[in-house]
Write a protein that binds this ligand. Sequence first.
Ligand code: SAM
Ligand code: SF4
Length: 333
Amino acid sequence: MNAPLIDPFHRPVSYLRVSVTDRCDFRCTYCMSENMTFLPKRDLLTLEELDAVSTAFIGMGVRKLRITGGEPLVRRGIMTYLKAMARHLDTGALHELTLTTNGSQLHRFSQELFALGMRRVNVSLDTLDEEKFARITRWGRLKQVMRGIEAAQEAGLRVKINTVALRGFNEGELFALLDWCARRDMDLTFIEVMPMGDMGEEDRLGQYWPLRDLRARLAERFTLIDLAESTGGPARYVRLSETGQKVGFITPMTHNFCESCNRVRLTCTGELYMCLGQEDRADLRPSLRDPAAPPLEEAIRNAIARKPKGHDFDYSRQQVAGQMPRHMSHTGG
Ligand code: SAM
Ligand code: SF4
C-alpha cells in the first residue's frame, strides 16, 4: 500500500463518497427542481474511470466507500462498478462498501448487492404517507420503495432510514416513523435540511426544522442517552432508553464535527470536494484523460493537502448564508 492520505490538520482520509450520476428517478423538492438539466453523458466519469479513482483512494488508505448520486441505482452498469469494488473487499483493503439510495430500485438489485459483499444500505424516506410521498418526491411511489426495503431486508442487507426533517411536512410523523423503524429493526437518522442549489419555488427557510427542536420533542416522550460513537461525520446518535432504539441526527450546518472529519467527496464528473461546505475542489479528470496531466495519485495528494479545516453554513441570521450554489445530487449527499 502507498502512504496513507493525511490532511494538513492531521486527519486521515479513510472515507470516500462517490457520486456515480447526477440523474435520478425522483425530484425531491429540497434536492432538485422539477425541470433539471442534467450533465451531458460525456462529462460523467466512465465506469472504468470511477474504478480507477476509487482504487487509487483505496490504495492510499480509504477503508469505506459510499456510493451515492443522484440515484446510484439508475446509473447504467452500476453493478459492474460495484462488482469491481467488491474485489477490494475480498483482499481486505476495503472494509465497507455501501450505498445511499432512494430505494426505488432495491427490489431489483438487493440480492446482487448482498452477494457482492454489501451488508448495509441507507434508504432515504421522509414520510409514510403515500400522498405526501408523491408530493415531496414529485415522481416517486411509496409502494415501490416499501417493496425495495422489504427486498433489501430479505436479502440480508441491514437498512438504515434517513429522513430529512421538514417543518410543516413530517413534523407530525416523528413518532410514527420511529415506531415503524423499530418494528422492522431499522435505525433511523434525521437530517437537517441544507441550503443546496437553487430549488426553484420552494422556500428553504420555511422548510427548515432544526433538529434541536425535533430532539426536544423526542425528549418529551423518551429518555435520550447520548452515544459517544462518532463516524467522523456530522451524525450524532442517541439511544432511547425505554425502547433501546438508536436515533441519529445529522446537522450539517454545525461545524462541531469538522475536527474529526475523515471524508472527501468525488462528483460524477471527477471533481474532488475536500469539504461539503466549501467550493474548493480539484478536478481529477485530466489525470484520467490527459497523459500530460499529473498522475492520479499526485493529483489526489495535492488535493488532500488543500483540505480545509471546516465549513461555514449559517441560518442564524435568517438568511441562507454560506449557501452552496451546487445541488446535492451533483456532489452526492
Ligand atoms: N438518491 C439517493 C437518496 O435520495 O438517498 C442518494 C442521493 S441524495 C442527494 C442523498 C441524501 O441527501 C438523501 O438522504 C437526501 O434526503 C439528502 N438531501 C438531498 N437534498 C438535501 C438537502 N437540501 N438538505 C438535506 N439533505 C438533503
Ligand atoms: Fe433523487 Fe435522492 Fe435527490 Fe431525492 S434526494 S431527488 S431521490 S437524489
